[in-house]
Design a protein around this ligand. Structure first.
Ligand code: AHM
Ligand code: MG
Length: 338
């Protein structure tokens, strides 16, 4: 991949005119996310020091309560977006209901809503494993000038104008798409600047990695069991060798690796959870948008994720996402087992 020394700020300005509704609002919105992500990154990197500077739930030296990191990340993103008066509404995995933002002069004049999972995979923090923030942006469907309504948030993923994630990993990256391909930016923590490190990311059409919580195998539908067996199969005649299993249990990290190397991520339904675990609006839709923009595919096992019409904010769906040929093969085996 070509490395450039273009910063995210320069990239956003340079690509502003290619946005469908080019008023600069979407650029400013992505800038706000970039800013909040830097603050959250700083806090996530200090996570290991919690035991030294104080436990979660305790009061710190300034008399403030120590917050759990996911609560902290949620507040930071919401605060930043509210302060900059850049969106008309926010829905978060951490909040039961959506938030209405009045914007400048209480006029409800902003056009975008943001849906997000502020800190996905947060159960991994205690063991120093990468976590991430996922975001999804839509243009409101109700008229500008009045408070947002539920229908502004319950749009199918194919209506997203932008989506992305921040991975707080060995290095921190922001990966996003505004519907013109996927670009990845790496944070130089010394100067707080993101550089375009992964321009025009493409997921390999075929991969060798499968990512699924196989501990739940007995509860999986037959089609998923069949696909797992296929992943493990050695078939010399057809040149098929067993795939590699990689499952971090942190969606952003598993997705990011598979995006670069090629692979499939599966969180299926099970006999214990009929719709799986992942949330359509905060996790599956943004990742599906990125996967497709990178040339990959995302499905619930039978249908395209981005075409599902959501019926509630915290709806869950089975999720199959990654290299096109792998997702197609899994879908075929799901259909055959029906
Ligand atoms: P969370 O939103 O509560 O953090 O849950 C989402 C996470 C994903 O990041 C990850 O892929 C999945 O849950 C792991 O679930 P499991 O432990 O059931 O395999
Ligand atoms: Mg989550």
């Amino acid at each position: 991949m070509t490395k450039t020394n273009q910063t995210l700020g320069e990239f956003i300005i340079g690509h502003q005119e290619s946005f469908k509704y080019s008023s600069g609002e979407l650029s400013r919105l992505i800038n706000s996310i970039r800013l909040a992500a830097k603050v959250v990154n700083h806090e996530v990197n200090k996570a290991g020091l919690v035991d030294i500077v104080g436990e979660v739930g305790e009061t710190n030296v300034q008399g403030e309560d120590q917050k759990k990191l996911d609560v902290y990340a949620n507040e930071k993103f919401i605060q930043t977006l509210i302060n900059r008066e850049i969106v008309c509404g926010i829905a978060s995995e951490e909040n039961d209901n959506y938030i209405t933002i009045q914007g400048h002069n209480e006029k409800h004049n902003n056009k975008y809503v943001v849906l997000m999972d502020p800190l996905d995979g947060s159960s991994n923090i205690d063991v120093n494993v990468s976590v991430g923030t996922i975001f999804s942006i839509y243009r409101r469907v109700t008229p500008i000038g009045q408070p947002v309504e539920m229908e502004d948030f319950l749009q199918p993923g194919n209506q997203q104008v932008a989506a992305g994630y921040i991975i707080y990993g060995t290095s921190t990256m922001l990966v996003y798409s505004t519907g013109h391909g996927v670009n990845g930016f790496t944070l130089n923590p010394a100067i707080g600047t993101y550089y375009l490190s992964h321009p025009n990311m493409k997921i390999p059409e075929e991969g060798q990695i499968y990512s699924i919580n196989e501990g739940n195998y007995v509860h999986f539908p037959q089609g998923v069991k069949d696909y797992i067996k296929y992943c493990q199969l050695e078939d010399e005649e057809n040149g098929k060798t067993p795939y590699t299993a990689r499952y971090i249990g942190s969606l952003v990290s598993d997705f990011h690796r598979n995006l670069i190397k090629g692979g499939i991520y599966i969180y299926p339904k099970s006999s214990k959870a009929n719709n799986g675990k992942l949330r359509l609006l905060y996790e599956c839709n943004p990742m599906a948008f990125l996967a497709e923009q990178a040339g990959g595919k995302a499905s619930n096992g039978f249908h395209r994720i981005l075409d599902i019409k959501p019926s509630e904010l915290h709806e869950r769906v089975p999720f199959f996402c990654g290299s096109t040929k792998m997702v197609e093969k899994a879908e075929k085996m799901m259909a055959e087992a029906e």
